[in-house]
Design a protein around this ligand. Structure first.
Ligand code: TXA
Ligand code: MG
Length: 326
C-alpha cells in the first residue's frame, strides 16, 4: 500500500506497524529505507529475510535527535559530536562502539554500531512519532540497486513490506557516507556525497579511506557487485567511446549509453543515448533511477561513461565501479 505523506494519520499507522514488530519502508534524503524497531530482534530478523541479506551484514540505526545517540553508542569521541552537530540531520553514518543492550542481530555481532539522523521530513516525523531508533538498510534486495522512489521500493520489496511511505524522489540519491570512528584513525568505509575533505575540515584530523576488502568492520556496500543492475554494465573512458561504438557487435545491441560529457554521438535505433547531468550532485540524484529504468528495458549492455577522478565524483565513481563489477 502506498501512502502519500501529506497526512499525519499515515505516520500514526506506520508507528503502529513498527510497534507491532512489522516493517515500514520510508524515504530518507539518500535512498528509501526498510525500517524496523531497532530494539525488536524479531522485527530485525524480518528485515534480513525480506532483503535476502546475510546476517553478518549489520544494519544502521536511524535516530531522531542527537540526544538519543548514547542510547545506542558508548565511549562517544568528541569528534563524533562535532560531526553530528554539523552534518546531522544528513547523509553521514557514524560507526561507534555499541551499548551492550543493542541486539547482536542488528550489528552482526560486532562491537560497533552504525547510526545516523536522516534529513527527509517524512523520516524525521516518523522517528519523532516512534520515539526510538529505527533500523533501516536500503529498501532493496541484497546486491540490487537502492530505491530512490516509492515505486522502486514496490518493485523490490512490494511482496515483503506492507506499508511504503511515499516521500517523492530522494534528494541525494546515493547512500550515506560511512565514517568509522570506533578506532583511533577515522576511516571512510563507504564514500557518499559528504566527502572526506568536508569531514576533515570539520574534524581537523586526516581521514583515511578503505576500499580494501578487509573483513572487519563488514560493510555490505563493499560486497562485489553491490548496487548492480541485472543487465551487464560496463564502464568506459570518454575517449574510447567513439571507437567502441563502431565496433559494437549485433549481440551487444540494443545498448544504452549513460553519458555526462558533451560527446556527440551517432544516432541509431539500436543505441539509446542517455544524457546525464554534468554536475556531480545532480548526476547522483538521477543515477539509481536511471540505472533501474534502463535495467527494465531489455538492453544487452549498459555502457557507462567513466566519470571524473576527483573528490566531487568519488562516491559516484565508487557506485559505478560496483555496478559494473570492476
Ligand atoms: O543512506 C543510507 O545509509 C541508507 C538510508 C536508508 O539510511 N541506508 C543504507 O543501509 O544504505 P544499508 O544497510 O544498505 O547500508 C548501511 C551500511 C552497511 O554497509 C552496513 O554494513 C554499514 O552501514 N554498517 C552498519 N553497521 C555497521 C558496523 N557496525 N560496522 C561497519 N559498517 C556498518
Ligand atoms: Mg544497501
Amino acid at each position: 500500500m502506498f501512502l502519500k505523506m501529506t497526512k499525519r494519520s499515515n505516520i500514526t499507522q506506520a508507528v503502529t506497524i513498527l510497534r507491532h514488530g512489522g516493517l515500514v519502508a520510508f524515504p530518507t534524503e539518500t535512498v528509501y529505507g526498510l525500517g524496523a524497531d531497532a530494539k525488536n530482534e524479531e522485527a530485525i530478523r524480518k528485515v534480513f529475510k525480506a532483503k535476502g541479506r546475510p546476517y553478518d551484514h549489520p544494519l544502521i540505526v536511524h535516530i531522531g535527535k542527537i540526544e538519543e545517540l548514547n542510547v545506542w553508542a558508548r565511549d562517544i569521541p568528541p569528534l563524533a559530536m562535532k560531526l553530528a552537530r554539523v552534518f546531522w540531520p544528513g547523509p553521514l553514518t557514524l560507526i561507534l562502539k555499541k551499548q551492550s543492550q543493542v541486539p547482536d542481530i542488528l550489528t552482526g555481532r560486532q562491537d560497533t554500531i552504525g547510526i545516523r539522523i536522516p534529513k527527509h521530513p517524512v523520516a524525521l516525523s516518523l522517528l519523532q512519532a516512534f520515539g526510538s531508533g529505527i533500523a533501516a538498510p536500503s529498501a532493496n534486495k541484497f546486491t540490487h540497486i537502492s530505491p530512490t522512489t516509492a515505486a522502486a521500493v514496490k518493485e523490490e520489496l512490494g511482496k515483503e513490506v506492507g506499508l511504503i511511505l511515499d516521500g517523492g524522489e530522494c534528494e541525494v540519491g546515493l547512500e550515506s557516507t560511512i565514517l568509522n570512528l570506533s578506532t583511533l584513525q577515522p576511516t571512510i568505509l563507504r564514500p557518499g556525497m559528504i566527502s572526506a575533505q568536508a569531514l576533515e575540515e570539520v574534524m581537523g584530523v586526516k581521514v583515511t579511506s578503505s576500499r580494501q576488502d578487509t573483513p572487519e568492520p563488514r560493510v555490505p556496500g563493499m560486497h562485489h557487485l553491490h548496487y548492480a543492475p541485472l543487465t551487464k554494465a560496463l564502464l568506459i573512458e570518454t575517449k574510447a567511446i567513439p571507437q567502441m561504438v563502431e565496433q559494437l557487435q549485433p549481440q551487444d545491441l540494443p545498448a544504452a549509453f549513460l553519458i555526462y560529457s558533451d560527446l556527440t554521438l551517432p544516432q541509431s535505433n539500436k543505441m539509446h543515448w542517455v544524457r546525464m547531468p554534468p554536475n556531480a550532485f545532480q548526476y547522483a540524484h538521477h543515477l539509481y533511477h536511471m540505472l533501474r529504468t534502463l535495467d527494465n528495458q531489455h538492453y544487452k549492455v549498459i555502457f557507462i561513461e567513466s566519470v571524473p577522478h576527483n573528490v566531487e565524483w568519488e562516491a559516484i565513481r565508487d557506485r559505478l565501479l560496483r555496478a559494473s563489477g570492476t
